[in-house]
Ligand binder design. Structure first.
Ligand SMILES: [Zn+2]
Length: 538
């Protein structure tokens, strides 16, 4: 691990405006700098960098943090990777704990080079790629190669004095009954790169009719197929640019879609989309297009993906290729127009999931219809209330049942949301003052009741309980929200009290309660004293 001291040392050497300027064009705006946010599409800048606080924050999509966080988000790196990147950008040395050995994966590059070189001399492999319509450009871009016989690979490793233990650890070879053998034998190879661009594994397609058409590297300490997406490192810039990512099922789909200009396509590695893929998909918040085959397996996988993605609030939808046709075929047969059409008409995740559920039942019998509704409703319950109610109408019309029968309002709400929509500037000013000077918190707590925060009570409570919550970060950076010194804060709180009691007064005036006159007098006196500055305790 990188030592804490050297991370601190690095932080002292970097300046956030300088760091971000290397990636974005920043414009001065008051004490801060602004740019169009690189993490969500926008035309008017809401991405703000504060040199005084050394943080960035986007008022559009909410991303933000320090320099390291920016590099993590922008370059799609893990925390230690971002630190290493910054250290090399600014020539700062890092120290590592003794027990940490940085993973040297250079053997993967050497094997990849070897596979690529072999492809140029293997006619069968070249003919196969040609028959699938894969261009020379694509072969180069995706570094497609050819893995030879087992012996040839092992000889290559030995002759080049490569570390056989590493080769085994990274899944290139393994120990069998008759000694070492190569995992990829007479296969077209597709190197798989992690988010940091390092090769962590291979995919291989047989060209000698082996039973397993496709295989992947086995699970190793650097290769976890449920956290990787094939083609992501080549697609990532386009994913950000287009604000869309296409998720397919296979290597060839990715290669061919890129070849046809759909250069934001990636693929899962022979697995369904899982929870573990979501952090990668979330990067940059692109719309997600799940593009699967129309066979039974494809439809099932698309249903599972739709449920997973809609429950995690991802935007996007599903496209299903006609049965027996895959995107690779369509590109090969130059059906680009049709592909464009298909890709511009995805079925959104919720509608797809509901249609799929309904398709599993025979709606001619009332009992089946009821079961279909039961399953659909169970799925809907995990969605947010607005989406749920929207699609309740959809499902009612699909099942041809009266919507009044469906009572959704009695269902408990799953989500708790913090309301940030409405704004009360003076309340925000108090909160920002306390964020910058927490010594003043006692004054506020001694003067007013937290319930007196009408619009921003949630933020006030967050400030008390978890002042580091990123939801408060945007407030720190906002120039339109001013802060107070101690005296003006007291005046502000006094006004808040006056407003509070004036509201109460109005309520009592128009209510019908016992002792109304007495209550009114009490409140009037309180307000009078507050206005005179004689009373500032609630
Ligand atoms: Zn943004």
């Amino acid at each position: 691990m990188i030592t804490k001291d050297s991370i601190e040392n690095l932080k002292n050497h970097i300046e956030i405006v300088d760091v971000i300027s290397q990636f974005l064009e920043l414009k001065k705006s008051g004490a801060n700098f602004k740019a169009c946010c690189p993490f969500h599409g926008e035309d008017t800048p809401s991405f703000v960098v504060s040199p005084s606080k050394q943080i960035f924050h986007c008022f559009g999509c909410g991303v933000g943090g320090d320099s390291i966080k920016f590099i993590m988000d922008y370059e799609k790196l893990s925390y230690p990777e971002a630190i290493e990147k910054l250290a090399s950008m600014y020539n700062v040395a890092l120290n590592y704990d003794n027990n940490y050995k940085q993973q040297d994966t250079s053997i993967m590059d050497k094997v990849n080079d070897y596979y690529q070189k072999l492809l140029t001399t293997n006619d069968t492999a070249k003919e196969y790629l040609q028959s699938r319509g894969i261009s020379a450009n694509s072969i180069e871009k995706f570094e497609i190669g050819y893995a030879p016989t087992s012996n040839e690979t092992i000889n290559f490793l030995k002759q080049n004095l490569l570390n056989l233990a590493d080769a085994k650890d990274f899944g290139i070879i393994d120990n069998g009954q008759n000694g070492l053998y190569a995992r990829f034998i007479q296969r077209i190879t597709f190197p798989i790169r992690a988010l940091n661009d390092k090769i962590v594994g291979f995919g291989g397609r047989t060209i000698t009719g082996h039973n397993a058409k496709y295989i992947n590297s086995p699970q190793t300490k650097i290769f976890n197929k449920s956290r990787l997406l094939y083609g992501y490192s080549l697609a990532k810039d386009n994913i950000y640019k287009k604000n869309q990512i296409i998720v397919t099922e296979g290597y060839l789909d990715v290669v061919m879609l890129h070849q046809a200009g759909f250069n934001n396509a990636v693929a899962t590695l022979g697995t369904a989309l899982t929870q573990e893929h979501l952090p990668i998909l979330k990067r940059g918040n692109p719309k997600i297009i799940v593009a699967y085959d129309g066979d039974k397996a494809g439809l099932n996988a698309a249903f599972k993906a739709s449920k997973l993605l809609s429950h995690s609030d991802f935007e996007g939808g599903v496209i299903i290729f006609p049965q027996g046709v895959d995107p690779a075929d369509m590109v090969q047969y130059k059906q680009i127009e049709e592909l464009n059409n298909i890709f511009s008409n995805p079925i959104d995740f919720v509608a797809f999931a509901l249609d799929f559920i309904i398709s599993q039942y025979d709606l001619n019998t009332p009992l089946q219809k009821q079961k279909a509704w039961g399953e659909a409703n169970e799925y809907l319950q995990a969605l947010s209330p607005i989406i749920r109610s929207e699609y309740t109408q959809y499902i009612a019309s699909k099942l041809n049942i009266n919507q009044n029968i469906i009572n959704i309002s009695s269902q408990p709400q799953r989500r708790k949301t913090v309301q940030l929509a409405s704004v009360d500037i003076s309340e925000l000013e108090i909160i920002k003052t306390l964020l910058e000077n927490d010594k003043l918190i006692d004054i506020v707590l001694n003067t007013i009741d937290p319930d007196m925060f009408v619009t921003h009570k949630a933020e006030f409570e967050m400030l008390i309980n978890e002042p580091d919550n990123p939801q408060l970060r945007g407030l720190l950076i906002r120039e339109d929200i001013k802060t107070y010194d101690e005296d003006s804060l007291k005046q502000r709180l006094n006004m808040m009290l006056i407003n509070y009691y004036t509201n109460q007064l109005t309520q009592v005036k128009y209510s019908d309660i016992p002792n109304k006159a007495k209550q009114l007098r009490k409140l009037q006196e309180k307000i009078f004293r507050l206005k005179q500055g004689k009373d500032s305790i609630y």
